[in-house]
Design a protein around this ligand. Structure first.
Ligand SMILES: Cc1ncc(C[n+]2csc(CCOP(=O)(O)OP(=O)(O)O)c2C)c(N)n1
Ligand SMILES: [Mg+2]
Length: 333
């Protein structure tokens, strides 16, 4: 596939993520789903990097990577089923919202403690290397996750084992209300890779082409046995941390958001290359609006919801006594 056709594909998914994210945010505000973590502003970092993944590779994410899951092949129906926690949700409503994943797509649902999955991601990459399998791993994280002990464990283990993994840190400047200046005294996040013996680089996360090229190079290196790379993508969290957050209480930097919008930037670049125009844009936006509203109507209507006793299933082959006690108590309520 030529670079322009890859970029067009990337653009389509970024646009779908934008439209879907806006719709989800609005239904959350109407009380139709539980809490939601929006992704607007960070599509340029997450979608292009996911395009370097092959079928047998693995994707690990946090919660703001809606576009990465769409790029990996998770359908809009499954995205919404997860948020409604209905019976079509692959985890049957037992995961926190935004914890998307799919076993067949090697897309691993996230864990709530920040960074907890990073050592697991490195383990998967190391295992693939030991077994002489071709697979690589893409692991997303936020700037806040770089203070978690699991991040350092993962970076160290990845460096020592030359694991085929690409860490993509979305540095959006905030960990809820904590600015990145209070997160680390390092000159950058990228520089941290040096201490663990591998390459770290910074890229403009609003520039989809830059992220695409940096990720492609990092994956080529990993596939050739060159080990890990840490990519720090400088992004902009355009919305609140989550629907339970009010950024007006701690943030005043919203003025220049339009220039940073990665969807607009990629669109303008495709238009200037002559491979996209207003007519294409209108047609595709309409198509996605319809896709999203039809899927929403389908997923919201699915009843009955999974029974609450399901939360005790699929973990132990025989339920331990303490869980049995909790389950009995719950069913009495
Ligand atoms: C170990 C742990 N500490 C704290 C939290 C609460 N928490 C949830 S999200 C978050 C901020 C993470 O920020 P960052 O990694 O920068 O990701 P972003 O939300 O900016 O995408 C925090 C502190 C948590 N989930 N796990
Ligand atoms: Mg952050």
């Amino acid at each position: 596939m030529s670079e322009n056709s890859e970029l067009l594909e990337i653009y389509r998914i970024m646009l779908l993520a934008r439209i879907l994210d806006k719709k989800i945010l609005s239904i959350q505000r109407q009380g139709r789903i539980g809490p939601y973590v929006p992704c607007m502003g960070e599509e340029g970092a997450v979608v292009p990097s996911t395009f370097s993944l092959e079928k047998n590779d693995w994707l690990f994410s946090s919660y703001r990577e809606l576009g990465a899951h769409l790029a990996r092949g998770i359908s809009v129906d499954l995205i919404l089923a997860q948020l409604f926690g209905n019976s079509q949700d692959l985890s049957k409503g037992r995961q926190m919202s935004n914890s998307w994943g799919s076993k067949v797509l090697n897309d691993v649902p996230t864990a709530a403690p920040i960074g907890a999955y990073l050592p697991v991601a490195v383990g998967v990459a190391t295992a693939a290397k030991l077994r002489k399998q071709e697979s690589c791993v893409l692991a997303f994280l936020g700037d806040g996750a770089t203070s978690a002990s699991d991040f350092h464990v993962a970076m160290n283990f990845a460096g020592v084992n030359k694991a085929p993994i690409v860490f993509l840190c979305r540095n959006n400047g905030w960990a809820i209300s904590l600015p990145v200046t209070k997160q680390t005294a390092s000159e950058s996040i990228a520089v941290k890779a040096k201490a663990y013996g591998f390459e770290g680089l910074q890229v403009d996360g609003s520039d989809a082409l830059a992220v695409y090229l940096a990720s492609k190079k990092a994956f080529e290196k990993a596939r050739q046995g060159g080990g890990p790379t840490l990519i720090e993508a400088l992004t902009y969290r355009a919305g609140p941390h989550s629907t339970a957050d009010d950024p007006k209480r701690y943030r005043t930097d919203e003025a220049s958001w339009e220039e940073k919008d990665p969807v607009n930037r990629l669109r303008q670049s495709l238009v200037s290359k002559g491979v996209w125009n207003e007519e294409n844009e209108t047609r595709l936006s309409k198509e996605y609006e319809t896709l999203v509203s039809e899927s929403l109507a389908r997923q919201e209507a699915i009843r009955p919801l999974p029974p609450k006793e399901l939360i005790f299933e699929d973990v132990y082959s025989e339920m331990p006594w303490n869980l049995k006690e909790q389950s009995d108590d719950m069913l009495l309520e």
